[in-house]
Design a protein around this ligand. Sequence first.
Ligand SMILES: CSCCC(=O)C(=O)COP(=O)(O)O
Ligand SMILES: [Mg+2]
Length: 227
Amino acid sequence: MPIKAILTDIEGTTSAVSFVFDVLFPYAARHLPDFVLNHADEPLVREQLQAVRVESGEADADLVRVIEILLGWIVEDRKATPLKALQGMIWAEGYQAGQLKGHVYPDAVEALKRWKEEGYGLYVYSSGSIQAQQLIFGCSEAGDLTPLFSGYFDTSSGPKREADSYRRIAESIGLAADEILFLSDIVQELDAAQQAGMQTCGLARDGGDLPGHAVVASFAVIDLAGF
Ligand SMILES: CSCCC(=O)C(=O)COP(=O)(O)O
Ligand SMILES: [Mg+2]
C-alpha cells in the first residue's frame, strides 16, 4: 500500500540523542527536587507522585524518597510514564524561561515540511510525554513546528517495543498499518512496528545497520514513493 502517513520517533531520529541526554535529562534532574517539593499538592503532580509509589512498589515513600526514586529512574533512562509526565512539566518551565530550545535536525525539519505540503499525515510517537513532544517541536531552534503534526502518541499507547502499541496507534490514526511509515533509530522499535504491519525506515545518523529494515543517515534521502 502507498504511504499516507509518517509516524516518527524523536530521540535519535528527528533530534540528537545528545540533546536528550546532555541537555534535557540533566535539566530535569537539576530541577526535579524543587519542582516536586513546590508542586506536590497540585492534583496533576500529586497523581504522578502516587503513580511513582505504585510503580516502585513503595506505597509509603515520603517525598524525599519519591525524589530519590525519580532521580534513579533518570539515570537508568527508565521510560516510566510518571517520570515522563513530570519531566514534561519541568521542561515546560525551562522552555518558557528561554533556557531550553528544542533540537530538531535541519534535514528532518525540511522533509517534514515537504511531506506536510505533499499531503502526508505526520504523527509523533515518543516515550517522552505528549507535553514534552509538543515542547521540543513547539519551541525548536527552527521555530514552532507543531502545525506540521496531526497527532502525538506517548507511552499511554503502550511501550515502544511492543507491536500492540503500533496497532493501537494505526487504529487511532484511522489508517491501515501498512499505509504508515514508522521512523526510528532503535531496531526493537522498528521490529515491533513491522510486526504490527507498518512500513519502517531506520535512522542511523552515524552510519551503521538496523537489520531487517531500510536504513538512511538523514531524512533528506527518504523516498516515500520507494516504500
Ligand atoms: C520528547 S523529548 C524527550 C524524550 C524522552 O524523554 C525520551 O525518553 C526519549 O524517548 P524516544 O522514545 O523519543 O526515544
Ligand atoms: Mg529513538
